[in-house]
Design a protein around this ligand. Structure first.
Ligand code: C2E
Ligand code: CA
Ligand code: CA
Ligand code: CA
Length: 278
C-alpha cells in the first residue's frame, strides 16, 4: 500500500510537470507562430431570424508544427500573459478584413463580421487608433464589423470602457457582450454601456435541454436584453429542441453546431449558399 502511495505521488508530480512543460513550450513557440504563418481564421455563421441574414464570427486557430491544432482556449490566455495578443489581435483584424473583401468579390457583399477582443487589447494601447489604422489600410468599411468583448473586460475600468466603446460606436462598429451571464456583474452595467448585443453563454444554452430552471434563466435573459433594446444571440446551439425553445422566446440570433461548426474560409461560399436556402 505504501508503495502504491509513492507511485501515486510520483505520477501526480509527473502530470504536473507535463502540464508546466507544455505551457512553457506553447509560451515559447507562440513567440514565432505569427512570423511562421501558423495562424489561420475559421468562421462560424450566426443566423439572425429577425433580419433573415447570416453573419460570421472569426475564430483563431493555431496549427503547431508538432502538436497539431492547439485550442484558442489554451493559447489565448498565454498570449495575454505574454502580451503577444496585441500583435496577434492585429493580425486577426487584418485577416478578417481581407476575408470580408474576398467574400465581397465572390458575391457576398456586406457580410457582417464579428471579431473577439481580449482584455489586453481592449484596455491597453489605443484600441480605437489601432482599429482605425487597420481599417484604413485594408480599405474595409467599419460598419461591417462587430467586436465581441466579455463582461469582465469592460468591468475592469468601467469609466474608461464607456469612453472606448463610444469612440468605436462613432465608427459604426457594433459591440456584443460575449459569454453573457457568466460573471456576476451581468445586470447593472447593461444600461450604462453603449452596447448593441449580448451573446448568451453556451453553458446556459446547454442547460436548456436538461432542466426547467435553465429555461427560466434563459427566458429572463432574453426579456431583460430586449427591454434594454439589445439584440440577443444564443451561442452553442446544438439541438432542434434548443432552436425551437429559443425561437419561441424571441431570441434574435443563433449560432452553434446545429447550424454549422466553425469552418475554414474555403468552405464559406458553399456553406453560406446552403444556409441562405434554409
Ligand atoms: P467564444 O468567443 O465564446 O467562442 C465560442 C466557442 O464555442 C468557440 O470555440 C466555438 O468553436 C465553440 N462552439 C461554437 N458552437 C458550438 C456548439 O454548438 N457546441 C460546442 N460545444 N462548442 C461550440 P473556440 O473556437 O475553441 O474558441 C474558444 C475561445 O477562444 C473563444 O470563445 C474566444 O474567447 C477565444 N478566441 C477565439 N478566437 C479568438 C481571437 O481571435 N481573439 C481572442 N482574443 N480570443 C479568441
Ligand atoms: Ca465570441
Ligand atoms: Ca461566446
Ligand atoms: Ca462562451
Amino acid at each position: 500500500a505504501k508503495m502504491n502511495g509513492t507511485n501515486l505521488v510520483i505520477e501526480y508530480n509527473s502530470k504536473i510537470h507535463d502540464i508546466f512543460a507544455k505551457k512553457l513550450r506553447l509560451e515559447n513557440d507562440l513567440q514565432t507562430a505569427l512570423e511562421k504563418n501558423e495562424f489561420s481564421l475559421f468562421y462560424q455563421p450566426k443566423i439572425n431570424f429577425r433580419s433573415n441574414s447570416i453573419s460570421l464570427e472569426a475564430l483563431l486557430r493555431w496549427k503547431h508544427p508538432q502538436l497539431g491544432m492547439v485550442s484558442p482556449a489554451e493559447f489565448i490566455p498565454i498570449a495575454e500573459e505574454t502580451n503577444l495578443i496585441v500583435d496577434i489581435g492585429k493580425w486577426v483584424l487584418e485577416q478578417a478584413c481581407n476575408d470580408v473583401k474576398k467574400l465581397e468579390q465572390m458575391g457576398f457583399p456586406n457580410i457582417k463580421m464579428a471579431v473577439n477582443l481580449s482584455a489586453k487589447q481592449f484596455n491597453e494601447g489605443d484600441l480605437e487608433k489601432v482599429v482605425s489604422e487597420i481599417f484604413g489600410k485594408m480599405g474595409t468599411n467599419t460598419c461591417c464589423f462587430e467586436l465581441e468583448i466579455t463582461e469582465t473586460t469592460i468591468m475592469k475600468d468601467p469609466t474608461e470602457a464607456i469612453e472606448i466603446l463610444q469612440k468605436l460606436k462613432q465608427k459604426n462598429i457594433t459591440i456584443a457582450i460575449d459569454d453573457f451571464g457568466v460573471s456576476y456583474s451581468s445586470l447593472n452595467y447593461l444600461n450604462r454601456f453603449p452596447i448593441d448585443a449580448v451573446k448568451i453563454d453556451r453553458s446556459f444554452i446547454r442547460d436548456l435541454s436538461e432542466n426547467s430552471k435553465g429555461t427560466e434563466i434563459v427566458e429572463m435573459m432574453i426579456l431583460l436584453a430586449h427591454k434594454l433594446n439589445l439584440r440577443v444571440t444564443a451561442e452553442g446551439v446544438e439541438t432542434e429542441e434548443q432552436v425551437r425553445y429559443l425561437l419561441e422566446k424571441g431570441c434574435d440570433e443563433m449560432q452553434g453546431y446545429y447550424f454549422s461548426k466553425p469552418i475554414p474560409f474555403d468552405e464559406l461560399p458553399s456553406t453560406l449558399l446552403k444556409m441562405r436556402k434554409m
